[in-house]
Design a protein around this ligand. Structure first.
Ligand code: FAD
Ligand code: NAP
Ligand code: SF4
Length: 672
């Protein structure tokens, strides 16, 4: 057994979990409509089959006031139970266990009926909450208890009481949001009465043989949160009130410290849970950026926690636990913590999925089934689109040849993996190497595919996944050798001076700017360095775990430029863009919009910024001005009379990302 701690059973008294893996709560967007519960049941069943010890649903509201948004999922009435029974039935049929998360959004509710301990608007919702009366507080506690009773009747193995991330319970606990002077506010003891009463009365109502997980905010990361002594006191009171497990919550949603994005070090907050070890005797769960069995095993073996929680890693690979147990972690499709298809979707009311696994939350619709007719198929281009397509085709039984001119698979992922904080892209390449081999795909590297040779080989189908070509820019001096493209920097390691202008502030412009200012290896690989940069107090002396950030001195002086008006980076992804902007700000990168590029010469880059002339005294310019489809091979094939399928950047380069490339490659492969 490679991971003995991870696969040690956990005895909770009335029930024994088969391993230490908790699938953490993750909103998928399927919780909100009864009509979607069959899809949700298939999603959970697949993960139960994959061997996870215990799962937690996305947040379910205990009342309409507690809705995250209008008409979001709730369990408040007996006739809501049948839809939940679909989930519990499907999970139990696979031998799994599932708890339902009770989530009252409080002032985070994106809806007009929201309530809170005090009438204080949150920075992340446009609605000002109504302050609960003392009677309203009692009624809310009853709502939690009633919801837990209904969950038990619907067949759940337990509930998770969501007490962290800045939702209602957290709002009661923190002086920041609780300005009451009655029995539910004032000093720390009165502020924590609300969660303790919820757990105590829930335990009394559901009996001993029902799991109660309490998600406890151990590091608020916002001003006016708890100090460590208050957290320990609360944890002890929650245990005494009858919780079975304490799960870790890190950071409120309004915190300005990243907690789950890819640049957060792996297991970067396990030290917080460890600090609570010994203070309570019920199992503790460590969370955040635990994505591979080696990391999870280390957390448990070093005694940081009794269980590990992973949410997104089980979106990425439902069979994560079984693969780890079989000692095949190299086959795990690793969550790269990009948020692009999960959290970013949820924020725009779109169903969640996963960049590296487009089947996630689409299990009933996107099926990889044996092909009715086996064909010989060539896929040209081993970037994300081509890899996903070739692997899926092979798994369906086709005879597949994947061709790339490069010496390795991965296409642009080979450049992405060099960006500080994007090291996880290495894992995707490792995963595809194994998946392609397993699927029996013949991989031909270092081979330039040409129409003539493809025609001569007589394939039944040809898929063109040749990707993109960087867009060139033209202004006087743009042909100077000191004006580089992003591939010169990331692929060819051309020398770059100490003062650099980056033309183009899209995803690649931001990435290249980070590459240029950050020291290698990046802080992502070192928890202490990373925490110091972001102002996280790992000694937990400071209230909320916040201290003054100490950014490292940037390696270079960088200007990041765009022609369009507005804030550079405004179009970056919702849940990660702010991290990139904050990183570059801390590294003193100057960001300019409304720029016209006039010329480059020995004095630097001449610009007009909002109509005014300016010279940036730079010695290097790096162009990151977007991309065009590479359709050269597609054109040759068309001329040779071969109809090819175009996917990824070769199809449409505008707004292309790996999510679209992998999704399109997978979907095409399911149809051929
Ligand atoms: P590509 O990845 O461009 O692959 C095309 C492949 O085709 C190449 O390997 C090429 O060698 C091969 N090829 C072309 N013509 C031939 C031929 N005639 N014969 C043989 N082989 C050929 N996307 C995200 O979603 N999230 C990110 O965080 C992210 N970060 C990025 C960071 C950087 C620095 C870069 C450069 C890109 C990033 N991207 C990111 C974009 C993402 O990598 C691309 O959207 C994706 O790689 C496109 O996939 P593709 O398969 O269409 O093409
Ligand atoms: P992009 O997002 O389209 O950005 C291109 C930038 O170049 C824009 O800032 C654009 O802004 C500028 N530009 C366009 N044409 C120009 C021209 N002729 N002259 C000068 N500037 C020009 O493209 P990208 O940065 O190359 O990224 C490619 C894709 O990879 C993106 O679609 C992105 O989704 C994906 N990606 C994603 C991530 C991620 O973290 N999710 C990271 C990297 C890449 P102006 O026109 O205003 O100057
Ligand atoms: Fe992980 Fe990205 Fe998939 Fe979300 S979309 S589960 S962050 S790999």
């Amino acid at each position: 057994m490679d991971f003995p701690h991870l696969f040690a059973p956990l005895d909770l008294g009335h029930v024994t979990l088969s391993n230490r893996i908790l699938m953490g709560s993750m909103h998928t967007g399927l919780e909100d409509r009864a009509a979607d519960y069959d899809k949700l049941a298939a999603y959970f069943a697949e993960r139960a089959r994959g061997g996870v010890g215990l799962m937690v649903t996305g947040g379910i509201a205990p009342s309409i006031e507690g809705w995250l948004k209008p008409f979001s999922g709730r369990l408040t009435l007996p006739w809501h139970k049948p839809r939940h029974r679909k989930l519990t039935g499907a999970v139990h049929a696979e031998g799994g266990r599932i708890c339902m998360q009770i989530l009252h959004a409080g002032r985070y509710g994106y809806q007009p009926l929201s309530v809170a301990p005090s009438r204080i608007k949150s920075p992340i919702s446009p609605f000002t909450p109504r302050a609960l009366s003392a009677g309203g507080v009692e009624r809310t506690i009853r709502d939690f208890v009633h919801c837990a009773q209904l969950a038990r009747e619907a067949g759940y193995d337990g509930v998770e009481v969501m007490g962290s991330e800045g939702y209602l319970i957290n709002q009661f606990i923190a002086a920041r949001t609780n300005h009451r002077d009655d029995a539910w506010g004032g000093d720390a003891a009165r502020r924590m009465r609300f969660p303790v009463e919820i757990v105590r009365r829930t335990r009394a109502a559901v009996g001993r043989d029902f799991i109660i997980i309490y998600r406890l905010s151990m590091l608020d990361l916002v001003e006016g949160g708890q100090d460590w002594d208050e957290i320990v006191t609360l944890a002890k009171a929650i245990e005494a009130a009858g919780a079975s497990i304490i799960n870790t919550g890190i950071g409120w949603h309004e915190a300005r410290v990243p907690t789950i994005v890819t640049s957060v070090p792996r297991a970067g907050f396990a030290w917080v849970t460890r600090k609570l070890k010994g203070e309570v005797s019920i199992p503790l769960v460590a969370t955040n950026r635990i994505n591979m069995p080696e990391v999870a095993e280390r957390v448990l073996a070093e005694g940081d926690a009794d269980m590990v929680s992973m949410a997104r890693p089980l979106l990425a690979d439902p069979a994560w636990a079984n693969k780890a147990k079989a000692g095949c972690s190299e086959h795990i499709n690793t969550c790269i913590a990009c948020n692009q298809a999960c959290l970013d979707h949820v924020f725009v009311n779109k169903r969640a999925s996963c960049l590296v696994n487009p089947r996630a939350c689409h299990e009933t619709e996107l099926k990889i089934e044996p092909a009715p007719h086996r064909k010989r198929i060539a896929v040209v281009g081993a970037g994300p689109a081509g890899m996903a397509c070739a692997a899926t085709l092979g798994e369906r039984g086709h005879t597949v040849t994947l061709i790339d001119r490069a010496s390795g698979i991965g296409g642009q992922f080979n450049y992405a993996k060099r960006i500080p904080g994007k090291e996880e892209f290495h894992e995707t390449l490792r995963y595809y190497r194994h998946r392609l081999a397993n699927a029996g795909v013949e991989v031909k590297l270092g081979v330039e595919a040409e129409a003539a040779s493809l025609k001569a080989a007589g394939y039944d189908e040809v898929v063109v996944a040749t990707g993109v070509l960087p867009r060139r820019v033209s202004f006087p001096g743009s042909d100077d050798p000191r004006v580089l493209g992003y591939l010169d920097v990331l692929a060819r390691d051309r020398p770059v001076g100490g003062r650099v202008a980056v033309i183009g502030a899209g995803g690649i412009g931001f990435d290249v700017a980070e590459f240029l200012v950050e020291h290698q290896p990046s802080p992502t690989t070192d928890v202490a360095r990373w925490a110091s940069e972001w102002g996280v107090d790992t000694q937990l002396v400071q209230r909320s775990g916040l201290q003054s950030p100490q950014p490292e001195v940037p390696l270079r002086q960088v200007w990041l430029l765009q022609r369009s008006e507005g804030r550079p980076g405004a179009r970056l992804n919702k849940t990660t863009g702010w991290v990139h902007r904050a990183t570059l700000k801390a590294k003193r990168v100057t960001m300019l919009g409304k720029v016209t590029y006039e010329r480059f010469d020995d004095r630097g880059l001449h610009l007009t910024v909002d109509g005014k002339s300016q010279i940036l005294p730079v010695d290097t310019v790096v162009v990151c001005a977007g991309q065009e489809p590479d359709r050269r091979l597609a054109g040759e094939l068309a001329a040779a009379g071969i109809t090819a399928h175009l996917i990824g950047g070769a199809d449409v380069a505008a707004e292309l990302d790996a999510k679209r490339a992998i999704d399109q490659g997978t979907r095409l492969a399911c149809q051929l």
